[in-house]
Design a binder for this molecule. Structure first.
Ligand code: ZN
Length: 330
């Protein structure tokens, strides 16, 4: 399992010097904030905080893997011309996690992660992906032995899941190889969402170690992973993918209760209360409007069900359901 953690939104700029962000990532960061003569930085990433939590005490080889997850809001400077709806924003929340493990745990851990990623994507209705495995570039951190281990773990996990993928030779980040999953929406457009990245560099920069079974300190291997990536972008893509007509479990309003006339309002309110008590997201439309108008509006709002309540229904304590497509149900 994961430990759910929360990390601050600002930190002293020094932290980002250790992580290398001030050198490699400066143009995507907001300007530092002066706090009592010290420079503080809005966080562009969550990783360094999770490393500090890992380092807050001594770790034994028996403690690993350690997994920290956070719904972490990060801030990145994007030129105003590139901002685009929910798809590109300057502050977004990642379903971010960092795992710390021993080399012998790579295979199993990466397979489990990939399995989890696909479970999440499929649950939201995404069935088509472009998958890329990016391998060692010319300049790299870490040992050749660990790179080979990590690349083969990523490859094996993809093959074991029977997923077609493309290899991007040399396109790994300097700190480790990665799997990127781009999801395809209804219109066939791809969107970068899930990522699983192995990192040999940050454990070195932060000196993140564990005590091995021979009592000697060893460098931990770190994995960065985000399943949905940016929640904002993921929901943007999700809205596009379903064209607003979400499956029932996901719809913000699952049922509109629509009385035919105001005389049925009292019973309609009872129905709404009963549905809500049963855990459904239901709304009542008690306006003095024509039935057809109210049903059309419910359909335009893509609410999965409209439950019509007329005189007959109110007397019999029933509703007359129809689907958002207009189909009348028994
Ligand atoms: Zn990270």
């Amino acid at each position: 399992g994961y430990d759910l953690v929360f990390s601050p939104h600002v930190a002293r700029l020094d932290l980002w010097r250790i992580s290398g962000h001030t050198d490699f990532y400066r143009q995507a960061m907001f300007s530092p904030i002066d706090v009592e003569g010290q420079e503080y930085q809005l966080k562009p990433m969550n990783c360094p905080f999770h490393i500090l939590i890992y380092k807050s005490r001594m770790r034994s080889y028996r403690d690993l893997p350690i997994r920290y997850a956070e719904l972490g809001t990060v801030y990145r400077y994007e030129p105003s011309g590139t901002l685009h709806g929910l798809l590109r924003v300057r502050g977004f929340t990642q379903d971010d996690a960092h795992l710390f493990l021993r080399p012998d745990q790579l295979d199993e851990e990466i397979f489990t992660l990939l399995d989890f990623t696909l479970f999440v994507l499929r649950s939201f209705g995404f069935e088509r992906y472009d998958i890329y495995l990016s391998t060692r570039p010319e300049k790299y951190a870490g040992t050749l032995e660990n790179w080979d281990l990590a690349e083969s773990a990523l490859r094996k996990a993809l093959e074991r899941k029977g997923l077609p993928f493309e290899v991007d030779p040399g396109e790994g980040v300097f700190y480790g190889p990665k799997i990127d999953i781009k999801i395809k929406d209804m219109l066939g457009r791809s969107w970068q969402c899930s990522t699983i990245q192995v990192d040999f560099n940050n454990p070195e920069r932060f000196d993140a170690t564990y005590v091995a079974d021979d009592g000697a300190p060893r460098r931990a291997i770190m994995i960065h992973r985000a399943l949905m990536g940016s929640l904002e972008r993921f929901f943007g893509v999700l809205v596009e993918h379903h064209a607003g007509a979400f499956p029932v479990w996901l719809a913000p309003v699952q049922a509109d209760v629509v009385p035919v006339t105001e005389k049925q309002n009292a019973f309609a309110q009872e129905v709404v209360a009963a549905l809500r008590a049963a855990g459904f997201r239901a709304e009542g439309d008690y306006r003095n409007e024509k039935l057809g108008y109210k049903i059309r509006e419910s359909q335009v709002n893509k609410v999965p069900y409209a439950l019509v309540v007329g005189e007959r229904e109110a007397e019999a304590h029933i509703v007359s359901p129809r689907r958002r497509g207009g189909e009348q149900l028994p």
